[in-house]
Design a protein around this ligand. Structure first.
Ligand code: ATP
Ligand code: MG
Length: 426
């Protein structure tokens, strides 16, 4: 679990702001659900035989309430189950489909390594109540627009279809037979999953099993005409929009609730933590969580991985610095200085106040040193002489610094626009 501190936190804020703008452009609306949910929600929603539910959840028994009932609670390992719970609980689909998004911390007790943390952060988009491939396509276009807005390159799209439960059942029987006939080549995890969740065996990261899973029966070959039509519908949208993709028949995703479309945006530049964003359709989840049947599709991206990939690319992310730093030689001028700063801030200026040390305001020179270190483009000087004339001093901290000039306190609006228009990095 990480502390996210300046200047790194500025990259997070920039990413989050860019995401909000993109979500608004696609008319996805924000949802915030609690960190804690009943454990049973995740067991039912994510599936009993998944890494998350088997071994990664932070679960605990809450203190008993006055009826002696203790609740089993879990810190959310993902947000789709909680979002669907909220949609069901508040009957959000009563008047038709909804497009929603979330962002926030998730918790999984994984083995920590680069790109894999125990508290990590996801942004997710979910479209509920829409059955057609058009919305699957829209969600992929939304992710793609986001990559464009943050100038993320080096991700490629992998696509697959998991078909419908009946198709999966047919494939499952054949897959189990195949894996059993090669039982000697299965690792411990695969043997454990062989009967509970054989599809997940295909998702193994064990290099020794790659050739075995490559030869396994493909779920795609078991899809009926309707599933194939849906899959082709999604691909037609991607082609018409010039979005490159590859079909990966072994892409199954780690959570149990998916059907039909599944996809991942992956990169080769983050080692084995190469999945930046993953999602798919989960038409049966709403019923499993107790709602009326309704189709749904969504994705989630990992903020840490997106930022790591941007950094890997050497991307420059804008970091806000103050427009101005207020140099206040004499503490007596501080009340007037602060009143002026408030007015400038109300006009949109970012300005950092010089704070006194144990020995008072400090020398003019030391104040200017701090002004330089702040990254501000200008110093505002609240000297006693200037204030007595109804003025303040303005000095550039960039490009050879330049002379100090006087600006009338009566025209703060003019000063504000000068500070804002001349500042770099905006
Ligand atoms: P992985 O295969 O890498 O474990 P996953 O299939 O468990 O990923 P999802 O549950 O689909 O991942 O979560 C969506 C995204 O959240 C992932 O693609 C990844 O970017 C990010 N993510 C998942 N787990 C972690 C983690 N422990 N630390 C950081 N990011 C994570
Ligand atoms: Mg995982």
């Amino acid at each position: 679990m990480n502390d996210i501190l300046p200047p790194e936190s500025a990259r997070w804020e920039w990413l989050e702001a860019t995401v909000r703008e993109q979500m608004a452009r696609f008319a996805y609306r924000n949802v915030r659900t609690p960190i804690l949910e009943h454990t049973q929600l995740f067991v039912r929603g994510i599936g009993e035989v998944t890494d998350i539910v088997e071994k990664e959840m932070y679960s605990f028994e809450d203190r008993s309430d006055k009826h002696g009932q203790a609740e089993h609670l879990t810190m959310r390992p993902e947000n789709t189950a909680g979002l669907v719970r909220a949609v069901v609980e508040h009957n959000l689909l009563y008047d038709g489909g909804k497009r929603l998004y979330y962002m926030g911390p998730m918790f999984r007790r994984e083995k920590p390594q680069r790109g894999r943390y125990r508290q990590f952060h996801q942004i997710g988009a979910e479209a509920l109540g829409f059955a057609g491939p058009d919305v699957d396509g829209e969600l992929i276009l939304l992710a793609q627009s986001l990559w464009k807005a943050i100038a993320l390159t080096d991700v490629r799209l992998e696509l697959n279809s998991l078909g419908q439960p009946a198709e999966r059942a047919q494939h499952r029987a054949r897959l189990i037979a195949y894996l059993e006939s090669h039982a000697d080549q299965l690792d411990e995890e695969a043997r454990r999953r062989l009967h509970s969740n054989p599809l997940r065996v295909l998702d193994t990261k064990n290099p020794a099993m790659q050739s075995l899973v490559e030869g396994a029966p493909r779920l795609l070959d078991f899809l009926g005409p309707q599933s194939l039509a849906h899959f082709e519908g999604v691909q037609a949208i991607l082609k018409a929009n010039g979005i490159a993709y590859t079909i990966n028949p072994r892409l199954v995703r780690g959570l149990d609730y998916y059907n039909l479309t599944v996809f991942e945006f992956v990169t080769d530049r983050l080692g084995s933590q190469g999945t930046v964003c993953g999602g798919g359709r989960y038409d049966d989840l709403i019923v499993q969580i107790g709602g009326k049947p309704a189709p749904a599709v969504g994705w989630a991206l990992g903020i840490e991985r997106v930022l790591a990939l941007l950094e890997e690319q050497g991307a420059q992310v804008p970091t806000p610095v103050p427009h101005a730093y207020a140099v206040v030689p004499d503490a007596a001028a501080m009340p007037v200085a602060l009143r002026t700063l408030t007015q400038l801030r109300e006009l949109g200026v970012r300005v950092q106040m010089h704070a006194a040390g144990p020995d008072g305001q400090g020398s003019f020179k030391s104040q200017f040193k701090k002004a330089d270190a702040s990254g501000a483009a200008f110093a505002l000087i609240f000297g006693a002489d200037e204030l007595a004339r109804g003025e303040l001093g303005l000095k550039s901290l960039r490009d050879g610094k330049g002379e100090q000039v006087a600006r009338p306190l009566a025209d703060l609006a003019g000063l504000a626009s000068h500070l804002q228009s001349s500042a770099p990095n905006d």
